[in-house]
Design a protein around this ligand. Sequence first.
Ligand SMILES: [Zn+2]
Length: 584
Amino acid sequence: MMTLDQLNNASAADFVALLDGTYEHSPWIAERAAAARPFKSLAALKVALARVVREATVDDQLGLIRAHPELAGKAAVAGELTAESTNEQQKAGLTACTPEEFAKLQKLNADYNARFGFPFILAVRGPRGTGFTRQEIIATFERRLRAHPDVERAECLRQIHRIAEIRLNDKFGVKPELGEQLWDWAAALAAHSDTDDFLTCTYATPAHTAVAEQLMAWMRDCGFDEVSRDAVGNVVGVYKGTGDKTLLTGSHYDTVRRAGRFDGRLGIFVPMLVVRELHRQGKRLPFSLEVVGFSEEEGQRFPADFLGSSAVIGGFDPAWLDSKDAAGTTLREAMQAVGLAGTAEAIATCKRDPSRYLGFVEVHIEQGPVLGSLDLPLGIVTSINGSRRYTGEIIGLASHAGTTPMGQRRDAAAGVAELILFTEERAAAVPDVVGTVGMLEVPSGSINVIPGRCGFSLDLRATTDEARDALDADVRAKLDEICQRRGLSFTLQPTLAANAAPSDATWQSRWEAAVTELGLPIHRLPSGAGHDAMKIHELLPQAMLFVRGGNGGISHNPLESVTVDDAELSIQAFARLLDDLTGP
Ligand SMILES: [Zn+2]
């Protein structure tokens, strides 16, 4: 097996030779990375190799992509692949295609090459490392055939890095066993769903209860000293330390509809695995670790969201108990149906006393494309964005599309269109500020009628409340100006206002130290999405760690994915954070 010392101490030529076969027929990558030695870790080597590719010319990148064989293509049939590729295609079962599957792949290969001018690249061993099924490979092929060429080139490069990662793991004899356990837990939990087709786990359903019970069982197996479900349905595991204080961590186990497997749950599994390892080694920390699987964060079933973390900070509004889901069931009834008291008094017992706690940390999948585009497995969250949301409508005049001259129209949809473009431009002008019109509707519109009304939503977010409010003021002023000028009127209802939750500087620097110790570069980024940490922020200092998502960082979608290697790194980072807190 290869070692880092060997690579770090080899001549440049030997370094390239040792990494032969990592990047298909492309020794230039190792040649350019050699100067970046010594590497502190295997993860650091992977990041350095990816960086060479990211900083190479487009021609070099295309050359790398074109150095790869087609999946089940002519070269594979003729036995002309490298040993690595032969092994991978064989393991993915591509050598055992039915005649129909083989014909389908040939057609996809031809269509793909005609559209993009390079072969389709997929790390067939996938995020788990054990391989996609042929059906999954074909489905991915079909989906990516529709992508924009630039997006697809970037995706091919990410797949090439994943192929290289697995090849390096094989060379080093490394198996990310903790990451694999996390992945398998995520898969097992995803079997509990409100619906048969996709993963949906909303508050206080039978699937939701089954997930809670499974988490509790696993926590006991891991060696937690106390495992319980609190009055709002949070799953709570405590691993006792030798001191009085407790570090709080965790994330949510409910999901959106048609969800991914890692959103929320990853942040419960990571500290569970850290506890499992501590327990196996018979180690106790000088503080207790309390892992909370928050029962509700996504606001899918009832109007209120963050039910779990709201209860923990004492911010659960008892009026929510009377709110109803789409079927008319009150929150109180839903809680009682799963064995919870559903009373304000019971829920009040969930409130934590901040003086007992050191702080709150949360690990979460990024849910965006930033880390993936930088080829970085982990990122440090600087702040959870503050937001303002509205629903609104512009009202004009519905008139004949043929007879009304352009200068005499009061087109409501054109007014909203102008607002959308302004919002896009205004948000883009300031770093880490985002603005979105996600809903747009011309009620009973017709092809030959000028839109008389146009409904829209507004979602404005920024890392600070000041930046959010400045964007908000500008967008609303623009709406007013557009309507004045175009002879339109409007309504605008605020539906949500959430303050930004900047990370605590000390806790953020602890994450940074942990990531640095793994040999990885620090990348700081804001969280555009809301998280449980944003609620806990009101009670305790908090900081979050992000884990890169696959498939362009897509989330709230069945395509959401993390690799076992990235999961492993997040577990290692968490363990380092605890180590550093423990002191020498
Ligand atoms: Zn989440």
